[in-house]
Design a binder for this molecule. Structure first.
Ligand code: ATP
Length: 338
């Protein structure tokens, strides 16, 4: 199943959505290209769902313009936006069969029975649901139900898919599998995906671009590699990457007029450097993570190959940040110094 030409770019121009005093989205401008897999990433409450819902037309922006393709859609009803929304909760009809659930968006649009059945079968095939078409949702696993929700979203062949944490109800293994399925689905459908998550692993592995949000604004937009290698701020540096980037106290590594950051793989236990105390040693099988406390506000994690001897809890150690991989940020603003 391949959708033809029907794809769309999205342009947000100065979009705000305020709920009383709460600036859920504050003057956001963002270009999402045709066929992008764009991730809106950020902590709980940063405004990513509100921004997604504004694109889908489920929220009216307080200010700004939403464009899909060549059309300004601020006044266009959600159902006329050529956007399909997939939520965290599958919201399937329990008394309808899988096939009837998938067909439903076409039924409400008055598509005839034969065409509906054909479209549902195609969507089911894309998502590996053909053997389950006659079953009720209650007789499916969580992952299968999630795929029914996806099939229901693709059956209409929209130009844009808006997805709000669709994998968060799945266990870790199923999440990893469904992540891969979604990437394959994106490649297959050639549609534009806008995907909300607070999980940076999902963001890094699925998106071709990531918009990192904080307090209603976008801190950085870039490819996964760009946001990882060149985070625009301390916030992004610590939100992307597990474990997060280590941030050293100003003046402890370099001059006190800026802050130095280093990823755990670029931070080393050495015989001189920044004094710290080992707080916790975590043996993860493939590697060891040594969590060190520098002072009341700063801790740093060092990644060490499995099998290496490491100092125990409470040991005094010294840390260095690899000179070739240091990130420098403004002390006041936390913004990257290029
Ligand atoms: P989460 O990951 O927890 O879903 P989020 O980043 O998607 O968070 P939003 O749901 O967009 O965040 O909410 C952003 C802010 O707007 C929050 O402070 C939230 O409380 C507020 N908010 C969202 N919807 C409403 C509403 N209908 N009325 C009032 N405040 C709202």
């Amino acid at each position: 199943m391949q959708y033809d030409a029907l794809v769309a770019s999205i342009r947000l121009v100065g979009v705000s959505k305020h709920f009383g005093d709460v600036k859920a989205v504050d003057n956001v401008s963002l270009d999402i290209a045709d066929r992008d897999f764009m991730i809106l990433l950020g902590p709980s409450g940063c405004g990513k769902s509100t921004l997604l819902r504004t694109i889908a037309g489920l929220e009216d922006p307080t200010a700004g313009e939403v464009w899909i393709g060549d059309n300004m859609v601020n006044d266009v009803e959600p159902k006329n936006r050529d956007v399909s929304m997939v939520f965290q909760s599958y919201a399937l009809y329990p008394h309808k069969s899988v096939q009837a659930n998938i067909e439903f968006p076409l039924k409400v649009r008055g598509v005839n029975k034969t065409e509906r059945a054909e479209a549902a079968k195609q969507a089911a095939e894309v998502l590996g649901l053909t053997p389950y078409l006659e079953r009720r949702p209650g007789a499916l696993s969580g992952g299968q139900r999630q795929r029914v929700a996806l099939a229901r979203a693709i059956v209409r062949q929209p130009a844009v898919f808006c997805m709000d944490e669709p994998l968060s109800n799945l266990d870790a293994k199923l999440r990893a599998e469904t992540r891969a399925e979604l990437v394959a689905l994106h490649d297959r459908l050639n549609a534009t995906f806008v995907y909300v998550t607070h999980d940076q692993v999902e963001a890094m592995t699925m998106g071709n671009r990531i918009a990192v949000m904080r307090d209603g604004i976008i801190e950085q937009v870039g490819s996964p590699k760009e946001v990882y290698d060149k985070p625009a701020s301390v916030f992004v540096a610590q939100f992307i990457g597990t474990p997060p980037m280590n941030i050293f106290p100003a003046g402890s590594v370099e001059a006190a007029d800026h802050v130095v950051g280093a990823r755990p793989e670029h931070t080393h236990l050495t015989t001189s450097g920044v004094a710290a105390t080992v707080a916790l040693v975590e043996h993860l099988g493939h590697e060891i993570q040594v969590v060190c406390t520098i002072d009341a506000e700063h801790r740093a994690i060092v990644r060490i190959p499995a099998g290496t001897e490491v100092p125990g809890n409470g040991s005094s150690v010294f840390l260095t940040a690899d000179e070739n991989y240091r990130h420098r940020f403004n002390v006041e603003t936390g913004l990257r110094i290029s």
